[in-house]
Write a protein that binds this ligand. Structure first.
Ligand code: ADP
Ligand code: 5GP
Length: 207
């Protein structure tokens, strides 16, 4: 596994808190700077999700076998499905020299913290459970039972997110523009691209 290079960035937060939306914006603004770690999952693809881009879509038997072969950095079961970051997924990004960005839930965060990845940890906080539910319903990607499971999990995730020392920053996503500015600001002051010798902010100014 490639170990050198800039610190990876982890985005964590309840389902519907806005992680994908913020990441999409970051990857669009800085396509040469950040690369997404494509996770494996046993859940089915949503409309528009592409295999190998949003996730590596797999099944329980294949994923369990790959985990047993030691191919994963971390794995978790979320809302009845397996999710995990393969060593390959992180290596693929690191080989490009980009900053690796992971979108993972809290059990994955706990495991990643025990590795030598040493990532910057961002928790994306929804304004309230009620607003989270509104956003999840409006996204319209989950069946009712899956949506309920995600909301139940959200309560314990919010608690974990708020505990001292679990994350480097908590970003309240009450307003998307404000939340994105905070993310950008956090990254530009904390992520240093050692190969380029400059920060995100400086790299942007160079363009
Ligand atoms: P996650 O990746 O954390 O599950 P998403 O990025 O898919 O969450 O966001 C969930 C839904 O909420 C999406 O439909 C998204 O467009 C919407 N959303 C994200 N941020 C905001 C915001 N600040 N205000 C209103 N809606 C938002
Ligand atoms: P979704 O099904 O909405 O795409 O993702 C559900 C949850 O799984 C989200 O909290 C997301 O961060 C998390 N997740 C996605 N990929 C991974 C992964 O590789 N590992 C872990 N631990 N969680 C993941």
């Amino acid at each position: 596994m490639v170990q050198k290079g800039p610190r990876p960035l982890v985005l964590c937060g309840p389902s519907g808190s806005g992680k994908s939306t913020l990441l999409k914006r970051l990857l669009k603004e800085f396509p040469d700077k950040f690369g997404f770690s494509v996770s494996h999952t046993t859940r089915g693809p949503r409309p528009g999700e592409k295999d190998g881009v949003h996730y590596h879509f797999t099944n329980k038997d294949e994923m369990t076998a790959a985990v047993q072969r030691g191919e994963f950095i971390e794995t978790a079961t979320f809302s009845g499905n397996m999710y995990g970051t393969s060593k390959q997924a992180v290596d693929d990004v690191r080989r490009t020299g980009k900053i690796c960005v992971l979108d993972i839930e809290i059990e994955g965060v706990k495991q990643v913290k025990k590795t030598d990845l040493n990532p910057l940890l961002v928790f994306v906080m929804p304004p309230s459970i009620e607003e989270l539910e509104r956003r999840l319903r409006a996204r319209n990607t989950e069946q009712e039972d899956a949506l309920k499971k995600r909301l139940e999990t959200a309560r314990k995730e919010i608690q974990f997110g708020q505990e001292q020392g679990n994350f480097h920053i908590i970003i309240l996503n009450d307003n998307l523009d404000k939340a994105y500015s905070e993310l950008r600001e956090f990254i530009s002051t904390n992520v240093e691209d050692k190969e380029q010798g400059d920060t995100v902010e400086e790299a942007k100014e160079d363009k």
